[in-house]
Design a binder for this molecule. Structure first.
Ligand SMILES: [Zn+2]
Ligand SMILES: [Zn+2]
Length: 328
């Protein structure tokens, strides 16, 4: 890594801007690409810089290193598994954050908005202002967007980013769910007014990471007992695919009610148990793990013992069965 000196042109991070979006904007203002900026600093060409890399970038761009570190997804390890740090917390669901495959609202960009930090959330599939589905591919060259494009509103092929004319408008339930996700990611309290009252209250116990993981477990199957390969469960799907999974997931979550009655058998065949087991074993917060265990028991499944159950997991298991789970 080369000693960083400040670039000639610096930019101020805009309110709500993503770290990588700000880096791309700053590189552009200096007439170079983000890849060129990383190369100039002897940093690897990766959309997930290391902590040291972020410090060098913050110095080169004269932005607050703490802001940049919090606004940029950083790879880390948690319990022997790959995870991410972002917004000052650990994210263990591999689908929660977009990372290498960004999505944008082309309407927002056209109005002069920066790349918003909320767009990093894979579940934030629609813009709450416009409210069409976000765009993660180029209508001109057909490729997925990357952080190696020349400017925040220009594809690597050189065309300005634009949405397909028939880009779907998000339904009210999906928008409500996204509002919850964004509020949880910011650590804000979730208001339970208006349309949000329709979503069951058990989802309020979940972190943003677990809200996506649980909604995926409810929605990933298109038909009963559909086999989900582990690759399909971890490879970053397109924005449209995520939107379809969430729409199915939300409809099924609405059927779950407040979990007071046992899961209807037809609903049970549609929920991907493995996704909930994964959340139980690897969820980054205790509330998430307990909620996953409660959902498994509601479905009539036993939460699986972790391989490390002879150690720390034992306590967790004991804790689970001693606790009266309250989802009300
Ligand atoms: Zn927008
Ligand atoms: Zn293109």
């Amino acid at each position: 890594m080369r000693e960083a000196s400040t670039l000639p042109v610096t930019v101020e991070p805009a309110p709500g801007e993503s770290g990588l979006g700000c880096l791309l904007r700053a590189a552009r203002a200096n007439g170079i690409s983000l890849a060129g900026l990383l190369e100039a600093l002897d940093l690897p060409k990766s959309p997930r810089p290391t902590r040291e890399g972020l410090n060098a970038l913050a110095q080169a761009l004269d932005v607050d290193p703490a802001w940049l570190a919090s606004s940029t997804v950083v790879a880390c390890r948690r319990g022997g598994y790959g995870a991410s740090e972002w917004q000052d917390r650990v994210w263990t669901c591999p689908l929660s954050l977009r990372g290498a495959h960004p999505q944008v609202c082309t309407d927002c960009l056209r109005e002069g908005s920066p790349c918003l930090i909320d767009w990093e959330l894979a579940g934030c599939v629609a813009c709450l202002r416009h409210p069409r589905l976000l765009t993660d591919g180029c209508v001109h060259c057909g490729r997925r967007l990357s952080w190696w494009r020349p400017a925040i509103d220009v594809c690597a092929c050189g065309h300005f980013l634009s949405a397909e004319p028939d880009r779907p408008v998000a339904g009210a339930e999906l928008l409500t769910w996204i509002e919850r996700l964004v509020a949880r990611a910011r650590g804000a309290a979730v208001s339970s007014s208006g349309a949000t009252q329709r979503l069951p209250r058990w989802i309020d116990a979940l972190s943003a990471d677990a809200l996506l993981a649980a909604s995926f477990a409810f929605g990933i199957r298109r038909e009963p007992y559909e086999r989900i390969t582990s690759t399909a469960a971890i490879v970053c799907p397109t924005t449209l695919q995520v939107a379809r999974i969430l729409e199915r997931g939300i409809a099924r979550i609405l059927r779950s009610g407040e979990l007071r009655e046992r899961c209807p058998s037809d609903l049970g065949t549609l929920v991907y148990e493995e996704g909930l087991q994964r959340l139980w074993l690897r969820g980054s917060e205790q509330g998430d793990r307990l909620a996953a265990a409660g959902l498994l028991r509601w479905m009539g499944c036993l939460p699986r013992r972790s391989r490390a159950s002879s150690g720390a997991g034992e306590g967790q298991q004991g804790e689970l069965f001693d606790l009266e789970l309250d989802f009300g």
